[in-house]
Design a binder for this molecule. Structure first.
Ligand SMILES: [Zn+2]
Length: 257
C-alpha cells in the first residue's frame, strides 16, 4: 500500500521528541530543529489541513492527545500545547523530504548490469517480470519503502522551475545527495525544484497553482518572470488529469523521490 505522507510525518515528530529526550545536549538539538523554516499561524493551519486531508482535518487535537500520552516530556512541554503541536506538524509538513528506497530495484539494476549469454539473460528477465507481477498481486503497484527525513542544508534550497541542482538517494538509503545539474558560480543560489519534470513543463499558471496550493508561495524564478506576460492558461496535461484531487497531488509531491 502507498501510505500517505502523514504516516511518516507523525513518526518523524516522534523521532524529534525521542532525539531530544535521549540527547545529552538537549539545547543543541532544539536549536538545530529551530533552523527549519517556520510559517505564520494561518499558513501553519493551511499546511496542517493539507497534510491531514479533508477527512481527517478535525483530528489534529486527537493526534495531539495521543502524541502527548505516548511521548510527553517536561523539557519539550511547548511542543505538546495545541499551538506548539500545530507548529511541529507544519514544520514537518514544510521541511520533510520524502524518501523512497527499494532493495528490489537495486537488485534488478545489478541484474541488468550483468554480462550474460543471451539465453540466460532472457531467463533472468522473464523471472524478474514474473517476480514483479507476483509481488504486485500482494502489495499493489507501489513497491518502494517510504519514509521522510529532515535535512538542514537541503531544506534551505529554494524552488526554481529551472533548477540548477537536484535531490536524489542513489545509495538507496536515507543519505541524500544534492547534485549540480550545471556549473554553479560561487555566490549563485542553489535551487532545486519542488515540481516533478512533467509539472515543470506546464504553463506558468499551472505551475504556480500547484506551488501555491501545496507550498503556499508564488514562484518568481527566471522562467516564471520571463513568462509573466503569458495568458493565465491551464496546461492541457492538467485538464487531462482533472480527476486528480489536490491532496493526491500533494501526496505525490511529498513522497516521490
Ligand atoms: Zn518558476
Amino acid at each position: 500500500m502507498h501510505y500517505p505522507p502523514e504516516t511518516s510525518s507523525i513518526m518523524l515528530m516522534a523521532r524529534m521528541v525521542a532525539t531530544i529526550k535521549q540527547a545529552k545536549d538537549k539545547e543543541w538539538w532544539i536549536k538545530a530543529f529551530s533552523q527549519f523554516c517556520n510559517k505564520t499561524a494561518n499558513e501553519e493551519e493551511e499546511i496542517v489541513h493539507k497534510l491531514l486531508g479533508d477527512k481527517f482535518k478535525g483530528q489534529l487535537e486527537l493526534l495531539r492527545l495521543l502524541f502527548t500520552e505516548a511521548l510527553y516530556d517536561e523539557y519539550l512541554s511547548r511542543w505538546f500545547t495545541p499551538e506548539g503541536f500545530r507548529s511541529l506538524f507544519a514544520l514537518v509538513g514544510t521541511n520533510g523530504q520524502g524518501i523512497g528506497t527499494s532493495s528490489l530495484s537495486q537488485w534488478v539494476h545489478a541484474c541488468d548490469a550483468l554480462d550474460l549469454p543471451m539465453l540466460q539473460r532472457e531467463e533472468l528477465d522473464a523471472f524478474i517480470d514474473q517476480l514483479y507481477k507476483d509481488i504486485e498481486k500482494e502489495s499493489g503497484e507501489f513497491l518502494n519503502c517510504e519514509g521522510s527525513g529532515l535535512y538542514v542544508l537541503q531544506s534551505c534550497c529554494n524552488h526554481s522551475c529551472i533548477p540548477n541542482a537536484e535531490t536524489s538517494f542513489p545509495e538507496n538509503n536515507f543519505l541524500l545527495h544534492l547534485t549540480a545539474l550545471e556549473d554553479i558560480e560561487a555566490g549563485e543560489e542553489i535551487c532545486i525544484s519542488y515540481l516533478d519534470c512533467c509539472q515543470r513543463e506546464r504553463s506558468r499558471h499551472s505551475r504556480n497553482k500547484i506551488l501555491r496550493e501545496n507550498y503556499l508561495f508564488t514562484c518568481s524564478c527566471p522562467k516564471c518572470l520571463a513568462q509573466a506576460d503569458d495568458a493565465d492558461v491551464t496546461s492541457d496535461e492538467e485538464e487531462e488529469g482533472e480527476g486528480e484531487t489536490d491532496d493526491a497531488e500533494l501526496e505525490d509531491e511529498m513522497t516521490d523521490v
